[in-house]
Design a protein around this ligand. Structure first.
Ligand code: PGA
Length: 255
């Protein structure tokens, strides 16, 4: 069965509630028309409810950008999987900015993925090597460690999506080439196959992320291993994000 491509917008720490509502209202009419691709927007926590209300009944889905792994208690400032469960379908976990600035270790990410799945949230699990690791030829070693730390168990049954985001390509305007991304995503899929068998490896969606724009999405989507994109900067621009989703649908949309 063909994997349905996904285009997910990670709005990061941008937009007030009013701005988020305005942004999604501008995108929605065009985005809703794009067929054969899962379209997801991930606004900040405080805007999830308001954005969710706008997209209700449309084909656009909602994701959060992070989650804590405890269900409740004295964890000031954190948001639990149960709190998100009624609000959104997806949650980004292990983004490199979380790993880099907020101490999200492989162990913590593993706990978050498990907790999210137990609350019926679908993780968009981010992995990727740094520039130094890339230049030292350690990409495969790093990815093996990151994937194995969190996907050892049965998590793939929870509808997990993986996003390969080389850290050197995030927000830099320096995207990986489509061939590079295809090869590395193929490597990740082979890891999944080795661990969980062919059926799961063939069905898990693996996205590329890092300086994806309307100018490079078509090339990326032509690659057989790449099942879509996690888009940062370009997801805040209506025309750009709609064009990315539309092109993904033209190249690889599943009817
Ligand atoms: P970018 O970010 O598209 O701005 O490079 C991607 C991401 O961090 O998910």
């Amino acid at each position: 069965m063909a994997r349905i491509p996904m285009i997910a917008g990670n709005w990061k720490m941008n937009t007030t509630v009013d701005e988020a509502v305005r942004l999604v209202k501008t995108m929605l009419p065009e985005l809703d028309k794009v067929k054969g691709v899962d379209k997801v927007v991930c606004p900040p926590f405080v805007s999830l409810k308001a954005v969710g209300d706008v997209i209700k009944g449309s084909s656009v889905k909602l994701g959060a950008q992070n989650v804590f792994y405890k269900e409740k208690g004295a964890f000031t400032g954190e948001i639990s999987p149960g709190m998100l469960a009624g609000l959104c379908e997806y949650v980004i976990i292990g983004h490199s900015e979380r790993r880099q600035y907020f101490g999200d270790s492989e162990e913590i990410i593993d706990l978050k993925i498990k907790a999210a799945i137990e609350s019926m949230l679908k993780p968009i699990f981010c992995v990727g090597e740094s520039l130094e690791e890339n230049e030292a030829g350690r990409t495969e070693e790093v990815l093996t460690r990151q994937i194995m730390a969190s996907c050892e168990k049965l998590y793939f049954f929870g509808g997990i999506v993986i996003a390969y985001e080389p850290v050197w390509a995030i927000g830099t305007g320096k995207s990986a080439t489509s061939e590079q991304a295809n090869k590395t995503i193929g490597f990740i899929r082979a890891l999944v196959r080795h661990r969980h068998g062919k059926e799961i490896a063939d069905s898990v969606r693996i996205l590329y992320g890092g300086s994806v724009t309307a100018a490079n999405i078509a090339e990326l989507m032509k690659m057989p291993e790449i099942d879509g994109a996690l888009v940062g900067g370009a997801s805040l621009k209506t025309d750009e994000f709609v064009s990315i989703a539309r092109q993904a649908s033209e190249v690889r949309g599943v009817s």
